[in-house]
Design a protein around this ligand. Structure first.
Ligand code: FUL
Length: 511
């Protein structure tokens, strides 16, 4: 039976009033101390910017590494590769965009300039670019072709502009190089339409002149914010965090609320290649650590930021195309596994697919992408939660919403527990037995990341309950693989959350 409206309202009201008085009266059973509630209140103040929410919603992105390295057979160019080697005779950016789209990707990031300094657009600030290559007799602009192809295929377009430049004479000359870098950023941010991300690589080594450069990050950020306010800044920037490895490995519990100086980690570690930065390293804010955001991890951290992770890796051993790696393309099972753990583990997945010297994605890479795209489309096409009877405890949320709001995949409709009530139980029941492959949970992350622990259980016909999954964080998205279990009734229990869980979606998928 539904609780009377005044019971619900009264409960929510009392909990809030108590909190405001600083005397939150938490139930003994839940063992939520006043101190813990206060600390959790501090953690949930940390919320994402709209541009970060939009980025996380893209979920799966394509990375394109293409430059003179593709012709020189290198991973890190030296900067003295002649422009004449860059000659993609079958260049077809539409083929790249189509393959990415078919693969289920929603955006593409192009290495407009890698460490070798060669520019894929005719920058007016250097001669080391496509304009001095045989490609279209020096009249080509790969950045434009890719940006246009992305638009045609409904993909967002993003840029990678390596701060480390082994060709520029300005490199290592302080402000002169920063000026050069900013000029190039301005060219890219003003000539190619909307840019959804500027991917700032932390690699920092010597220039052609043997000198090191100190990057003026704050100036770069100011230029990006001014010219493309909706663009996220990745890596050595404040919006999207490098996950800490390039192998496609993910953390079981990936938090988006982390110590604020995580945003400095890549900036400083890049400098640490030539600076004695022991003190910083001892702080233990390395992006490779497993626990970046548990309560325990954050309790002594004064400054926190919302800094969601990205899992970036290549479909081949190298970032650039090498023919000898044609038989080392990752297979579908491997990519599917990483997709489920990265997109389904509160990170974006950025998969690199490098074009061949001809300017095409290799057929092997295209084939495996197509397989992955079909899997993503088919596995999550039919949400059988829509046909389930759904009920919850508490019966309704603080706004009086029924748990049915979780049937729509929409952040603006959510189920919000009263303050201090960390537990939420949701039952889904079907008329007939269902075979279930995946369960998807999402939090309304505009209110921060809150869920700490949850379980999923099957209720058998005789009424016995079997826990089939125990999870920790949810965040933007958690995909729980359930291995084709058969059941007529499922229960999702949030057993611990910061202050109160606010879920936005439950999806259940068969085969
Ligand atoms: C690294 C670079 O050094 C690699 O070449 C590649 O671009 C990768 C995405 O980032 O830092």
């Amino acid at each position: 039976m539904e609780a009377a409206w005044w019971v619900k309202t009264d409960l929510a009201y009392r909990l809030r009033i108590d909190l405001y008085r600083g005397e939150a009266k938490m139930s003994k059973e839940h063992n939520y101390t006043k101190e813990q509630l206060k600390e959790d209140m501090r953690l949930i103040q940390v919320v994402p910017h709209q541009r970060q929410i939009a980025y996380q919603e893209l979920e799966f992105l394509c990375f394109i590494h293409f430059t003179v390295n593709t012709y020189a057979g290198r991973e890190w160019g030296t900067g003295d590769e002649p422009e004449s080697i860059f000659h993609p005779v079958k260049m077809d950016a539409k083929q790249w965009a189509k393959a990415a789209k078919d693969g289920g990707m929603k955006g593409m990031i192009l290495t407009c300039k890698h460490h070798d300094g060669f520019c894929l657009w005719p920058s007016k600030y250097t001669e080391h670019s496509v304009k001095n290559s045989p490609y279209k007799e020096g009249k080509g602009d790969i950045v434009k072709e890719v940006a246009d192809a992305c638009r045609e295929y409904g993909l967002k377009f993003g840029i990678y502009l390596s701060p480390w430049d082994r060709n520029s004479v300005y490199y290592g000359e302080g402000d002169a190089y920063n000026e050069y870098y900013v000029n190039q950023l301005e060219e890219l941010l003003t000539s190619y339409g909307d840019i959804f991300v500027v991917w700032l690589d932390g690699a920092c080594g010597e220039g052609a002149n043997g000198k090191y450069q100190s990057y003026d990050w704050d100036r770069y950020f100011e230029v990006i914010r001014r010219l493309q306010p909706n663009a996220c800044i990745f890596g050595c920037g404040p919006d999207i965090r490098w996950c800490g490895n390039e192998a496609g490995q993910t953390r079981p519990s990936e938090w988006s609320v982390v110590p604020a100086d995580m945003a400095d980690a890549e900036k400083v570690s890049s400098l640490s290649q030539h600076e004695d930065n022991i003190k910083f390293r001892e702080r233990g804010i390395d992006s490779t650590l497993m626990d970046l955001g548990s309560r325990e991890r954050l309790k002594n951290e004064e400054k926190l930021i919302f800094y969601p992770a990205e899992t970036n890796f290549s479909i081949r051993p190298g970032w650039f195309y090498h023919p000898e790696e044609d038989d080392k393309v990752r297979d579908f099972e491997n990519l599917k596994d990483i997709y489920l753990k990265s997109v389904g583990g509160n990170t974006t997945m950025l998969l690199n697919v490098p074009p061949t010297p001809e300017g095409l994605l290799h057929e092997k890479d295209v084939a495996v992408l197509a397989q992955l795209g079909s899997f993503i489309r088919e596995a999550f096409a039919d949400n059988i939660a829509l046909q389930a009877q759904m009920s919850s405890l508490p019966l309704t949320d603080v706004q009086g919403n029924d748990v049915q709001v979780l049937k729509t995949d929409d952040m603006d409709s959510y189920f919000e527990n009263p303050v201090g009530m960390r537990e939420l139980e949701i039952a889904l029941e079907w008329e007939k037995e269902q075979r279930i492959a995946y369960l998807v949970l999402k939090e309304a992350i505009q209110f921060s990341q809150r869920v700490e622990q949850f379980t999923i259980s099957c209720i058998r016909e005789e009424g016995t309950e079997e826990t089939v999954y125990e999870g920790t964080v949810i965040g933007h998205k958690k995909i729980v693989p359930l291995g084709d279990i058969k059941t007529r009734k499922l229960k999702v229990r949030i057993t611990d959350a910061r202050v109160a869980p606010i879920l936005s979606f439950i999806g259940v998928y068969g085969k």
